[in-house]
Design a binder for this molecule. Structure first.
Ligand SMILES: NC(=O)c1ccc[n+]([C@@H]2O[C@H](COP(=O)([O-])OP(=O)(O)OC[C@H]3O[C@@H](n4cnc5c(N)ncnc54)[C@H](O)[C@@H]3O)[C@@H](O)[C@H]2O)c1
Ligand SMILES: [Zn+2]
Ligand SMILES: [Zn+2]
Length: 393
């Protein structure tokens, strides 16, 4: 089959690799029809490169048609339409029954000291072949695939794999009180969807910051107040002005470890190579990139006694945190990989009844799998209006 494979920092290609096969009686093989490229995939070709191996199949946002089922699979059959969550979770262990699917005890990577395996996501998370491919082997066929109805386009359902549950969890963890204010840092697919879900759940005062013009425009079109900078001082100033000087009740960091915004030279140079000058110019006036910039802005911006909800992925083992400030401000901090199945029952009815979250035109690019290399380049450099890319094998 054809698949998107990892070859090095900034280097993905479409290669021919062996077709997946049934290995356990509960496996299913899914023929992929749509599969997203995610901000998390960018970490794999940037700072998480050391945890990748040449030839690894990328991708964790797939959906498609069941083509083959193992002898013990009863929950789905050939021809069923399914979305595959990015967590490889068994659905039956203690953690899964607590709703903590990203901590599944059946697939936890104990030798690495890490949580549940993830599709297409490094040695730290099981080195499981991913879903940017023509076919995908999915374990736990009775509990993992999400069966979705026929008759509506893939775009209605494909984001159940990651974007929707991740953004839903971020908003739930933010716990904005009635009438409260939410600030979202980063308007990539995750931050953008956080603002839409927040509004859907009744939060009216929503602010967001980024520097990519079309991302800011998309958010404004959905009624979000945008702050057109990532500089901490300016973001904090703008949001305090809007909240009687207090700061928002909650901040979602939808940026993660490749944030631009504060001075640290070596990381800065790597990241600036990836974003075109026009955009970096503005953030470079404060001297570059710090992996913690967005998190630090979140901690500074949130009101005293407020909540910071981290959906952006962080990877540093010993990153320093401003604990005195956090303690004194009485900040609550919640984070983690999304527990996809925890939120599926809440989300699944939404796209079957209409399109209140605007998923039908959420993707800016739908391209054949063969064009993945160019699509990655555009998404990484935020070129050609690329916000969300769906590959269609
Ligand atoms: N927790 C989870 O389960 C989960 C799931 C999916 C994605 N993620 C993570 O969420 C993050 C966002 O994903 P995405 O697909 O939207 O990625 P993305 O890279 O498209 O979006 C990140 C956005 O943040 C902006 N940005 C950079 N620095 C900023 C700063 N200091 N302040 C404000 N904005 C800044 C960028 O311009 C960009 O638009 C990534 O870290 C990704 O790994 C987490
Ligand atoms: Zn993703
Ligand atoms: Zn489990």
């Amino acid at each position: 089959m054809r698949a998107v494979t990892w070859h090095g920092r900034g280097d993905v290609r479409v290669d021919t690799v062996p077709d997946p096969t049934i290995q356990d009686p509960t496996d299913v093989i899914v023929e992929i029809t749509s599969t997203g490229i995610c901000g998390s995939d960018l970490h794999l070709i940037e700072v998480l490169s050391p945890f990748m191996t040449e030839g690894d199949v990328m991708g964790h946002e797939p959906m498609g048609i069941v083509r083959e089922v193992g002898s013990e699979v009863t929950a789905v059959k050939q021809g069923d339409r399914v979305v595959v969550p990015f967590n490889v979770s068994c659905g039956t262990c203690w953690m899964c029954s607590e709703g903590l699917f990203s901590q599944c005890e059946t697939t936890q990577n104990r030798s690495q000291g890490m949580g549940a395996s993830l599709f297409g996501y490094t040695k730290l998370y099981g080195q499981v072949p991913g879903g940017q491919a023509e076919y995908l082997r999915v374990p736990f066929g009775n509990t993992l695939p999400i069966k979705v109805p026929e008759g509506l386009p893939d775009d209605r359902f494909v984001y159940l794999s990651d974007v929707l549950p991740t953004a839903w969890q971020a908003v739930q963890y933010a716990a904005v009180p009635p009438g409260g204010t939410l600030l979202v840092l980063g308007l990539g697919p995750i931050g953008d969807m956080c603002t839409r879900i927040a509004r859907h759940l009744g939060i009216e005062k929503i602010w967001a910051s980024d520097v990519v013009p079309e991302r800011l425009r998309r958010a404004r079109e959905h009624g979000v107040h945008t702050i057109d900078t990532t500089k901490q001082k300016e973001v904090v100033g703008a949001i305090r002005d809007a909240t009687d000087g207090r700061g928002p009740d909650a901040v979602i960091d939808a940026v993660g470890m490749e944030a631009h915004g504060s001075p640290l030279a070596s990381a800065a140079q790597k990241a600036t190579a990836m974003v075109p000058d026009a955009i970096m110019e503005r953030v470079m006036t404060v001297a570059g990139i710090d992996r913690m910039a967005a998190l630090n802005t979140a901690l500074e911006a949130v009101r005293r006694g407020g909540t910071v909800s981290l959906s952006g992925v962080y990877g540093g083992a010993t990153d320093p945190m401003p604990l005195m400030r956090m303690f004194d401000k009485q900040i609550q901090l919640r984070m983690g990989q999304a527990n996809v199945w925890r939120w599926v029952p809440d989300i699944l009815p939404i796209p079957t009844e209409g399109d209140p979250l605007g998923v039908d035109d959420f993707a800016t690019h739908r391209v054949p799998l063969e064009d993945a290399k160019q699509a990655y380049a555009d998404f990484r450099q935020k070129k050609n209006g690329a916000v969300k890319v769906l590959l269609q094998p």
